[in-house]
Design a protein around this ligand. Structure first.
Ligand code: SAH
Length: 399
């Protein structure tokens, strides 16, 4: 049994929780000092001791935990998690039956009723990611629930929490069933990706960009020169090439990106020697491109929210305008910039303002062709808009 603690919510926050707001914030709680162990079940009450909702204690970013149920008598046990997982699977029926895409998100945190937990599907293998010590404390019930709800080849896990002395970067993320081949080849809209379920923090592909990749391939890439910055394993380049781009250039600072990008091309039978894969700081590459008067028909910008390299610190909320200005200078007139960010710190409206500002400062004209947020399998809780972190805008540079 998980430890249960009764807590009082400050009056000004009570209505939010009745309305279904899922994040428990420290500042909403009167008797914070009563909570010690992450993973404890928290029963939230108003100041007259009337029950509001229950959740669990798990520190994650600015949050203190997540609401799990508005029912007073709900037990947070295997059965509870089975019902959450089963309804998440039902919501994704179409993804399970689509043979052209064999990798997708099955369970998306608070969007599926349990914040701090995601489950991804990779061709029969499941990857569970824990985002706090608190949710990790509940792992036995959650894994039992997963095992009884799905047929699986194997189950893996990743721990994405960090607490001094507590965080163990397990050499081995494998849990149950059989091990996946290395690499495991999955499909996304008929394109292959090599993924590694047990090789560090990331598996090789970010599943939330699938609609953007498909759009690049099907509508924009044909005959175009494509510069893919912050390219990681080159997923955007592979899709551009599958859409018959003229040539792709992938730039990433990480040394491993060269081999990883080659591999993604190879598993799609694309001749790697006709593609450029460059290991370099993107900001240096921009300088080089300007000096050499290079121009591209399409420039993809997909930086991390925050990054520090030897010479530069990049923060999406502070530096995206600057990044756009660099990109605009090396994009052909009539060309397209795909501007992407996964920063939850600002809204789509602010992102559009960044674009406006960048073009204004360069006296340039543009037209927004289309924009994207998270795909359907990355289900968002309508009461928690911050969860819809992805913002991607296709911008046409005009003369
Ligand atoms: N666009 C990628 C995901 C990007 S992840 C995709 O679609 O899969 C962010 C990447 O940015 C990481 O691979 C990291 O190595 C790289 N990166 C961070 N700072 C950088 C910099 N200054 N120059 C080049 N790459 C950088």
């Amino acid at each position: 049994m998980n430890k249960e603690i009764n807590l009082t919510i400050k009056p000004e926050f009570v209505q939010d929780y009745y309305d279904g707001y899922p994040l428990i914030s420290g500042e909403a709680i009167v008797d914070l000092a009563n909570v010690d162990d992450e993973g404890s079940i928290l029963n939230l009450h108003d100041s007259k001791n009337k029950f509001i909702a229950k959740g669990y204690y798990g520190k994650q970013n600015k949050g203190f935990g997540w609401i799990l149920s508005s029912k007073k008598d709900e037990q947070i046990d295997v059965e509870f998690f089975v019902s959450k997982i089963k309804s998440a699977i039902k919501y994704r029926d179409e993804f399970y039956s689509d043979k052209s895409t064999t990798a997708f998100r099955v369970f998306n945190g608070e969007g599926d009723g349990v914040g701090g937990l995601t489950i991804d599907f990779f061709d029969g293998y499941y990857l569970v990611t824990w985002y706090s010590i608190g949710i990790y404390e509940l792992k036995d019930d959650i894994l039992d629930a997963l095992k009884s709800s799905v047929e699986y080849k194997g189950i893996y896990q990743k721990k994405r929490f960090d607490a001094k002395g507590m965080y163990l970067d397990d050499a081995d993320d494998f849990l149950f069933g059989k091990r996946a081949p290395e690499p495991l080849i999955v499909k996304e809209n008929d394109v292959n990706f090599a993924v590694y379920l047990d090789d560090g923090a990331m598996v090789g592909v970010f599943l939330d960009q699938k609609d953007v990749r498909k759009t690049i391939r099907d509508k924009y890439a044909k005959g175009k020169t494509v510069l893919n910055t912050f390219s990681y394993t080159g997923a955007f380049s592979v899709f551009a090439e599958c859409g018959n781009s003229k040539k792709t250039t992938s730039v990433d600072l990480a040394k491993r990106s060269l081999q990883k990008t080659k591999e993604q091309f190879e598993v799609n039978n694309i001749d790697v020697s006709s593609q450029d894969i460059i290991v370099e700081d993107v900001f240096n590459y921009f300088k080089y491109a300007v000096r050499k008067k290079l121009l591209f028909d399409m420039v993809v910008l997909d930086p991390p929210s925050f990054a520090r390299s030897k010479k530069h610190t990049f923060s999406a909320s502070k530096d995206y305008v600057k990044l756009l200005k660099e990109a605009i200078q090396i994009t052909n007139n009539g060309g397209v910039i795909v501007a992407s960010t996964n920063s939850a710190n600002f809204s789509m409206m602010t992102f559009r303002d960044f674009i406006k500002k960048a073009f204004k400062e360069l006296n340039g004209k543009y037209k927004v062709e289309e924009s994207f947020s998270l795909p359907k399998d990355f289900r968002v809780n309508p009461k928690f808009k911050e969860g819809d972190y992805l913002k991607v805008v296709f911008i046409r540079k005009l003369k």
